[in-house]
Design a protein around this ligand. Structure first.
Ligand code: DOR
Length: 428
């Protein structure tokens, strides 16, 4: 089976490529890349796709997704999450361990991988827990989890409050050549909070989560990484202080990488008006000053990746009083279009955005993806940058519908999602 993607604009940051070219896929791999590709001989197995006017990039990678299986299948399964990923233009996703049971053992990691293989939509990379049940007390079996197929460690959803355990986690993970993804929020400072500490929370009568809850933990993780010479990846950065700390640390040569979620560079805590629980996330939506800092961090390279933090919840967890509502919003099917706004607004170039949504996540997770080099896996995302669409959750693949972006008019959409040489999503 061969696929010829003809005449699209190919952007591949891994090869500093931005040109109108053809791409040939043979079986599961990239076989050729160039202008005016023609193939001699038998063409009976060749499918030609005319892609003039479309953008062709290395398959997008969402390095921060919640799939909810095992345990919360009514919110999302490996299959529905994978279909949502493909529809959003993602060819690979890394899924967080806060399932039930938590992915803290080989059997859960293997279960997720088996499910992903069975549904065969996108590449699924399990992230295993740092601590047993993500309770922050006892470290998990890192080598065993690595052998089972985990690509990173995280207690996402919670901070690892025990600094001694975090130090050991960074050292063990580094010895195995794997990243630790840190959810930074001092749990004591954030305790009881439901929204960003500030004017909006005060007006709404909600308990606040201060910026320093995040800043403190980002500072601590950087200090541990610097002292031990290890690497740390900071998840969903949301504060002006965290961006500054990461920027400074990078300048000093600390091995720190970081990601931002579309909601944190698009919305402020004003979205909580009318107590809209769909906008309740962790870390919380913050102020315009924070949003600007996150955008600046993306622009100057302080923040390496864009990650959706796709967090499906049902009406059971969301149609309740604000204080009791679960944190999180779905993101796999809106992440690309919301991120393309950064290009439209001059924050990022297209090349930089593709790097943050493909090449860089691949490097951080150390997975052999994020490139269209010859011989690489044929994971390719084709986008239509001109397509205007309205967010309508009834058309989403995700099993959950919790997003505050309902009704938003967005521009840019996945046109084709190709995983291992097979078309897994095609826009209709
Ligand atoms: O808003 C969030 N939801 N933030 C997290 O860190 C966890 C996630 C979830 O699992 O729902």
């Amino acid at each position: 089976m061969r696929l010829l993607l003809r005449g699209g604009r190919i952007i591949d940051p891994s090869q500093q490529l931005d040109d109108q070219m053809d791409l040939l896929i043979e079986g599961r791999t990239i076989a050729d890349l160039g202008k005016g590709l023609t193939r001699a001989g038998d063409e009976s197995d060749l499918t030609i796709l005319e892609l003039e006017g479309k953008l062709v990039v290395p398959g997008l990678i969402d390095m921060h997704t919640h799939l909810r299986e095992p345990g919360f299948e009514y919110k999302e399964t490996v299959r529905t999450g994978s279909l949502a990923a493909a529809a959003g233009g993602f060819t690979s996703i890394a899924c967080m361990p806060n399932t039930d049971p938590v992915n803290d053992t080989r059997s859960v990691t293997e279960f997720i991988l088996r499910k992903a293989r069975q549904c065969g939509v996108v590449n699924v990379y399990p992230v295993a827990a740092v601590s047993k049940s993500s309770e922050g007390a006892v470290i998990t079996e890192f080598a065993d989890l690595r052998d089972a197929g985990a690509v990173a460690f995280s207690d996402d959803g919670k901070s690892v409050m025990n600094s001694g355990l975090m130090r050991r986690a960074l050292e063990y993970a580094d010895a195995l050549g794997m990243p630790v993804i840190s959810h930074c929020e001092d749990m004591d400072l954030a305790a009881g909070g439901a929204a960003n500490e500030g004017v909006v929370a005060t007006r709404l009568g909600l308990r606040g989560i201060p910026n320093i809850a995040e800043d403190l933990m980002v500072g601590r993780d950087i200090a541990i990484a610097e002292y031990t010479g290890t690497a740390v990846h900071i998840a969903h950065v949301s504060t002006v202080g965290a961006v500054a700390l990461i920027r400074e640390a990078k300048r000093r040569g600390v091995r720190v990488t970081a990601e931002a979620a579309p909601h944190h560079f698009t919305l402020t805590d004003e979205a909580l008006q009318d107590y809209d629980t769909r906008a309740k996330v962790s870390p919380p939506l913050r102020t315009m000053g924070d949003v600007s800092a996150v955008r600046e961090g993306l622009k100057d390279g302080t923040l390496d990746a864009v990650a959706s933090d796709h967090a499906p919840h049902s009406t059971l967890e969301k149609d309740v009083e604000f204080d009791y509502a679960a944190n999180g919003m779905i993101g796999l099917e809106t992440s690309l279009a919301l991120s393309l706004r950064l290009v439209e607004e001059g924050v990022l170039t297209l090349d930089q955005l593709v790097a943050k949504m493909s090449t860089n996540p691949a490097k951080i997770l150390r997975i052999p993806k994020g490139t269209l080099r010859l011989g690489a896996d044929a994971d390719v995302t084709v986008m239509d940058l001109d397509e205007e669409w309205t967010v309508d959750v009834t058309r989403f693949q995700s099993r959950s519908k919790n997003t505050p972006f309902i009704g938003w008019r967005l521009r840019g959409k996945a046109f084709l999602t190709i995983v291992g040489g097979e078309i897994k999503y095609r826009a209709r």
